[in-house]
Design a protein around this ligand. Structure first.
Ligand code: SAH
Ligand code: SF4
Ligand code: F3S
Length: 470
């Protein structure tokens, strides 16, 4: 499949969606999304796939004929949320049954992949358990489940998913706004010892260049101005370009930057080991590539980095950050940190704080280590006590918050570009994002929705900016 991919793959699905959907009774689907941006993207793709079966999206569970929980398995808390939510779903389902109305229940996402059968055992109201690689088959799987038999579908065949992903209608894209995600890579081969992703999403697979380009062109034509390329290891993306050469993410970004209407490009999440020269050059040469980079390091201690199987040292991370800042001095970094990985000593933790002080982050996510079933970390000796994790997380977050606040405050008095992406909380206000992803609130006319305008920043807090139109 090369240049024909449009006909056999995504392009064709749009026609089918509209043609088949038209003569089906209208039904409503309620999708609740947990976890990362890839789940957000996938939830929209599920809604798109179900459009062919006459389903429209609803925001209220009580209205729904079908409820889908798109779940996350990354930490224990995330995973357990599913079961408490299923308790609520059961009540709604029972209430509806009293009035003779049916409601189907499906669990999708990473918990579905990891726990499979176990879910229907623990929660018998679940009709369908579907792993992330089978969403294009949702209509068929739901038909199978609708006659009362429970269906569990957790096979890995990811190229299949990319080939058959349904395309949203222009209307659906418009409703979703002026920023959009495009998955370019899925899965992970890195096997960090704390992480479930290689088990829930499978091996690394890259989407084809022409699929990515055509999806981005369609989004641009429907009014999208900013595209964020997604992958668990987005910078491990690679593919054959139209020039016959092997492309990496850098080359792909250069290609996407040429699409009319796309004014901002981002990508997430990148692994430090896959930041190659072409990608760094893209940060130097592409105006539309935003000066913001999520580059998780997890820990600042060499021995913990080794135990986590991150395959780089703290020094290599410092050198990488220097190379990126050399070509793009205004770049803001963001990161992910884990405290309390097995064996983490006070000194290891101090090394992480030291790394944060040396790098300085514009924003960051940080977590207590959560032992996950089936991962090497879970069976390591020297698990760290909960109280120690709590104390370390508080110190780490205080430092990160300080850095985030001072970064935000450094913008006060500056004139920056803001993409307006929604109506503000107050009448006459619009909310947008800076190049560095900070939310910016501005008094502005509604016509500026979807536009980029220059804003003078008047006030900053740790979490957002306020400004006035220039
Ligand atoms: N692919 C990305 C991360 C995906 S998971 C990367 O390599 O950086 C998102 C974040 O969740 C991770 O960066 C990590 O900080 C956190 N995380 C993953 N597994 C975890 C666990 N078992 N306990 C606590 N945090 C975890
Ligand atoms: Fe998980 Fe590591 Fe893969 Fe990121 S690179 S998804 S942390 S295994
Ligand atoms: Fe969670 Fe799966 Fe994303 S485990 S973080 S939803 S890849």
């Amino acid at each position: 499949m090369d240049t024909n991919s449009n006909k056999t793959g995504e392009g064709a699905a749009e026609d089918v969606a509209i043609a088949v959907g038209a003569d089906k009774p209208q039904r409503k689907v309620f999708v609740k999304t947990y976890g990362c941006q890839m789940n957000v993207y996938d939830s929209d793709r599920m809604t798109d796939a179900l459009a062919s079966d006459g389903y429209v999206a609803t925001d209220t569970m009580e209205d729904a004929d079908l409820v889908i929980l798109n779940t996350c398995h990354i930490r224990e808390k995330a995973s357990e949320k599913v079961y408490s939510e299923l308790g609520r779903v059961r009540k709604v389902k029972e209430e509806k049954a009293k009035t003779g109305k049916q409601m189907m229940v499906s669990v999708a996402g990473c918990v579905a992949q990891a726990e499979g059968d176990e879910i229907s055992r623990r929660a018998p109201i679940v009709d369908l358990v579907v792993g992330p690689q089978s969403y294009h088959r949702l209509p068929e799987l739901l038909h199978r489940a609708s006659n009362g038999s429970r269906v569990v579908e957790t096979e890995f065949d990811i190229q299949d998913k990319f080939k058959h992903l349904a395309t949203p209608s222009k209307e659906a894209v418009r409703k979703r706004g002026v920023t959009a995600f495009v998955t370019v890579q899925e899965g992970c081969d890195k096997f960090c010892t704390f992480c479930v992703v290689p088990y829930t999403r499978g091996a690394e697979v890259s989407r084809r260049v022409e699929q990515i380009v055509s999806e981005t062109e369609r989004l641009a034509a429907a009014g999208v101005r900013e595209v964020t390329l997604l992958g668990q290891n987005v910078n491990a993306w690679h593919g054959t370009g139209p020039d016959g050469r092997e492309w990496g993410l850098g080359e792909l970004l250069f290609r996407l930057a040429k699409i009319d209407g796309i004014e901002r490009l981002r990508y997430t999440t990148s692994h430090p080991r896959d930041m190659d020269d072409a990608l760094i050059a893209a940060h130097r040469d592409l105006d539309s590539l935003m000066p913001y980079l999520h580059l998780p390091v997890q820990s600042g201690s060499d021995s913990i980095l080794a135990a986590m199987n991150r395959k780089h040292t703290r020094d290599e991370y410092f050198r990488l950050v220097d190379r990126i800042r050399n070509v793009r001095p205004d770049i803001a970094l963001s990161g992910d940190f884990i405290v309390g990985f097995p064996g983490e000593t006070d000194q290891d933790f101090e090394d992480t704080l030291d790394l944060i002080r040396r790098v300085t982050y514009g924003s960051a996510f940080s977590f207590k280590y959560s032992p996950r079933p089936g991962t090497p970390g879970a069976s390591m000796d020297e698990q760290v006590e909960e109280a120690v994790k709590t104390e370390r997380l508080a110190r780490l977050q205080a430092l990160l918050m300080e850095q985030q606040e001072s970064f935000n405050k450094s913008l006060v008095g500056q004139k920056i570009d803001v993409l307006f992406e929604k109506l503000g909380r107050m009448e006459g206000q619009l909310a947008g994002r800076s190049a560095w992803l900070q939310p910016v609130h501005v008094d502005a006319p509604e016509e500026l929705y979807g536009e980029i305008a220059t804003v003078e920043i008047l006030k900053a807090t740790a979490s957002s900016l306020q400004g006035r139109l220039i």
